[in-house]
Design a protein around this ligand. Structure first.
Ligand SMILES: *Cc1c(COP(=O)(O)O)cnc(C)c1O
Length: 309
């Protein structure tokens, strides 16, 4: 079983904007659950690794991009539990000079340091990763494995994310979360109380989310806020870097540039625009992902932009 290293707690943010607008804002520090299997990836892997074990598998295989939090988390979980891991990685060019890739890419370097075996595929092939032919080929290459989908989202992952909210969180009016594949918000939607509204902040520009979320949920107490993806997945600008660094300095709250930074930017912007009624109590979920900062800083450095602290 995966063991949390620390329990998440709700950290209150205080500043003059929140006081002026009479808004209470807490952040649930799921990022602290585990140093390397952080935040929602811990929740999503938790029941999947139990299932894999119970069914007698000793290998997990999953998919991800070159900077994927899910790849890093799966590799670390496998190491901790003594389960082999295979990462199918988007971008065959990364496999051409593996030594250089591992040196230059902190996420993949970390994954390999945890014992993960990497299998690089072209972007074109990667798009077919849910097709039976593609998966049959992986079984041919690697033998028996327990398949965890890209981003880790399946029914057992949602069972895990249903454990993020606790009874003490009933006091909040709004629950906010960043969204990738939708597995995390599905769990939040399923456990939110009728008086609560769940707001999702997609990190992607694409518009496929509604189906993904409805597939795992049975309630309509939620809404997507699509204005804060900053141009698309993993896109970043100076405004966002400055915001993340300001929050870190002022509130001692580290945010990642792909998910939680954009979500909190969105929440603060909505507070400024009086989206939330006076007196609202908001809980934002820190879904982790801080390993992504190193990779982003390499990109920022190349663009000669200020770095994330
Ligand atoms: C993967 C990830 C998400 C997205 O979670 P989904 O369940 O795929 O929607 C959000 N935040 C962080 C930090 C993540 O690593």
């Amino acid at each position: 079983m995966l063991k949390p290293q620390q329990q998440a707690y709700n950290q209150q943010l205080n500043d003059c904007l929140l006081r002026k607008k009479e808004i209470t804002l807490f952040v649930k520090r799921e990022d602290l659950l585990h140093k390397h299997v952080s935040g929602n990836k811990f929740r999503k892997l938790y029941y999947n690794v139990i299932e894999a074990r119970n069914k007698g598998y000793n290998t997990l295989l999953t998919f991800g991009g070159a900077y994927s939090n899910h790849i890093a988390a799966t590799a670390a979980a496998g190491k901790e539990l003594g389960i082999k891991t295979i990462g199918v990685i988007r971008g065959d060019e990364l496999g051409e000079n593996l030594k250089r890739t591992l040196h230059e890419n902190p996420t993949l370097g970390f994954a390999v340091s945890q014992g993960m075996r990497l299998h690089f595929v072209s972007r074109k092939a990667y798009r077919l990763k849910t097709k039976p032919d593609f998966i049959a080929n992986l079984f041919q290459l690697f033998g028996k494995f327990y398949l965890v989908p890209e981003g880790g989202t399946n029914a057992l992952a949602v069972k895990g994310t249903e454990e993020i909210l606790t009874p003490e969180d009933d006091a909040f009016d709004y629950i906010c979360s960043a969204i990738g594949t939708g597995g995390t918000i599905a769990g939040l939607i399923n456990t939110a109380k009728p008086h609560q509204k769940v707001l999702g902040f997609p990190a992607l520009k694409e518009n496929f989310l509604h189906n993904n979320i409805s597939k795992y949920t049975h309630s309509d107490n939620w809404e997507l806020i699509r204005d804060y993806h900053f141009g698309g997945f993993a896109k970043i600008d100076q405004k966002l870097v400055d915001f993340i660094n300001m929050v870190n300095r002022l509130h001692n709250l580290p945010l990642d540039p792909i998910y939680t930074g954009k979500m909190l930017y969105g929440i603060i912007d909505l507070i400024k625009k009086d989206y939330f009624p006076k007196g609202s109590k908001i809980l934002a979920i820190h879904t982790g992902g801080l390993q992504g900062k190193d990779g982003m800083n390499i990109r920022l450095k190349k663009k000669r932009m200020p770095l994330l602290i």
